[in-house]
Design a protein around this ligand. Structure first.
Ligand SMILES: [Zn+2]
Ligand SMILES: [Zn+2]
Length: 259
């Protein structure tokens, strides 16, 4: 694996390490194409900022820092800067335009929430048997893909559904077919593998294999020592075989356009 476009930094307050530390470790591990995708700044409705994202006032600084490092390390690695973002219809245009103004080159979708987080919103990995919430999640991911600005969908299987299996299959088939139609790859998330989370979910990847959805990998590094992660890569390649996935390797970065 010589690429990875899913990397965080200490700027989001729940990852450790400066960008340069990640870069050095990635180079050591043989990464040739690397992207930073820290959590996009977001203002809550009460005017306070989300604590686990890049602060708004650091958005430009974050992009500038990576661009400077890109020049410094250009003979060793190709570097890009972007954000991991949720899709919330009412904030979407502003979010994309802000990302462009900060200097971001790409976005990956990480739909951790169903509605703009406030202080009591729950993450979609927490587990629910609600058909409605599952449908809402799938609808949001499909709408996001249709916008044509997301490079890929990070951990599309993050939604932890505890209800009826046929409902899960029906809804996730919709998601996987849309990925195929819009040509937006789905990511096997290495953080989920490392932490033994509810994702990667075999049931989901079975469906993705049947639909022929494009599949890529993302390390989702939250500390520099795993800016390269050979062990999870080995596991993910086994998944590709097992579920006959349409693995595309390095994804093409989708350029941002003003909304
Ligand atoms: Zn994170
Ligand atoms: Zn992430």
């Amino acid at each position: 694996m010589d690429y990875n476009f899913h990397t965080h930094t200490l700027r989001c307050h729940h990852a450790t390490g400066k960008a340069e530390e990640y870069i050095l470790c990635a180079i050591d591990g043989g990464i040739k194409y690397m992207g930073f995708s820290d959590h996009i700044p977001l203002m809550h409705d009460d005017g306070k900022q989300s604590w686990y994202r890049v602060p708004i006032e650091e958005g430009k600084e974050y992009c500038d820092e990576i661009k400077l490092l890109a020049k410094e390390y250009q003979s060793k690695i190709e570097l890009h800067v972007g954000f991991e973002a949720e899709y919330f219809t009412q904030y979407f245009d502003k979010m994309v335009n802000d990302a462009i103004d900060f200097g971001a080159e790409y976005l990956i979708l990480g739909q951790h929430f169903l509605c703009p987080p406030n202080h009591d919103s729950k993450i979609v990995s927490c587990g629910t048997d609600s058909d409605k919430e599952l449908k809402d999640y799938v609808n949001l991911v499909i709408a996001a893909m249709s916008e044509g600005v997301f490079t890929y969908v990070a951990h599309p299987d993050i939604f932890n559904f505890l209800g009826d299996e046929n409902t899960y299959k029906r809804e996730m088939t919709r998601l996987c077919k849309a990925s195929q139609m819009y040509k937006v790859p789905l990511e096997i998330n290495f953080l989920g593998i490392r932490d033994n989370r509810n994702y990667p979910n075999g049931k989901f990847w079975q469906i993705a294999g049947e639909c022929g959805s494009p599949v890529t990998f993302g390390i989702d590094a939250h500390s520099p020592d795993i800016a390269f992660d050979g062990q999870s890569h080995f596991y993910a390649m086994q998944m590709v075989e097992k579920y006959k996935l349409n693995y595309i390797g390095k994804p093409d970065l989708v350029p941002l356009k003003r909304m």
